[in-house]
Design a protein around this ligand. Structure first.
Ligand code: AKG
Length: 270
């Protein structure tokens, strides 16, 4: 089930790769239950109550629900993050000897409706990860059901991991402005939107431009993005990330320790 050399070449050329079905249905069934338990506040483990761990709250209403660190609180989501095929694939694609969790992101995109449209604007993950020394970090995106261009699958700009692009924003709802920003920098905003069956996983490089459209399906779009770091990644002095509020301190640098096993567990090798 591991990527072959053609798959690795594809990832390195395009900045993304779509796996075959590698996550078993029972792991996804459990993750769905874990997602509901997460929203119900039925957590197995507590995290410090600091702004970075709050994310979407019921009082925010029926908007895009974005909650980081959900897998550190709910065991079924941890089991999905730890499913060995995911980190093993990430290691093969990125050329890492070992893979740790960077952080997860539980996302639930409501069905599009007047006054309630929710998209994810073009962005790169790297723009939010400036505190990292590694430039080969990547994301495994796991849908809990089939996804396509109708229900708001993640789209990628092929080859964009080689671009030096600015002016993008995860939270922007203004597609025209983000497209214009890309065109003004001589980049082509024509996306590729994969159709993925339940159990398939998309992998994208941290510099790949990606985003997603409103959900014009009939059910909320439910997913876990698993952000991953090579074991060689370290804190870059002068920059910061929300993870810094959770991880232990590295006595050598006096900065955040991105190898803290409680927050950034080793996922591969097992
Ligand atoms: O789920 C989405 O629509 C966006 C996900 C994303 O930005 C990511 O996986 O890095």
């Amino acid at each position: 089930m591991q990527p072959e050399s053609d798959d690795i070449d594809f990832y390195r050329e395009h900045g993304y790769w779509i796996s075959p079905v590698i996550v078993p249905a029972e792991v996804l069934d459990a993750a769905e239950r874990g997602m509901e338990r997460f929203y119900a506040g039925d957590h197995d483990h507590a995290l410090p109550d600091v702004p970075v761990t709050r994310g979407w709250q019921p009082a925010d209403g029926d908007v895009l629900r974005k909650n980081d660190y959900a897998s550190l609180r709910v065991d079924e989501l941890a089991a999905l993050v730890r499913h060995p095929a995911i980190a093993a694939t990430a290691a093969a694609l990125s050329g890492a000897d070992g893979i740790r969790l960077w952080h997860d992101q539980l996302l639930r995109k409501p069905v599009d409706r007047p006054g309630g449209s929710a998209r994810v604007g073009w962005h790169t993950d790297r723009q939010y990860w400036q505190s990292c020394t590694a430039d080969t970090m990547l994301t495994a995106w796991v849908g809990f059901h089939d996804v396509d261009e109708v229900n708001g699958a993640v789209s990628f700009l092929p080859g964009s991991h080689r671009w030096d692009v600015t002016g993008l924003d995860f939270f922007s709802q203004d597609t025209a402005s983000l497209d214009a920003a890309l065109v003004a920098q001589d980049f082509d905003p024509t996306p590729f939107t994969p159709r993925m069956r339940r159990g398939q996983v998309s992998f994208h490089h941290c510099r790949t431009v990606h985003g997603s459209s409103p959900n014009r399906g009939t059910e909320p779009r439910r997913s876990l993005a698993i952000h991953l770091q090579p074991t060689t990644n370290r804190w870059r002095p002068g920059a910061s990330h929300p993870n810094d509020a959770l991880v232990r301190t590295d006595p050598e640098t006096n900065g955040p320790d991105y190898t803290d096993p409680a927050i950034q567990p080793l996922l591969w090798p097992r």
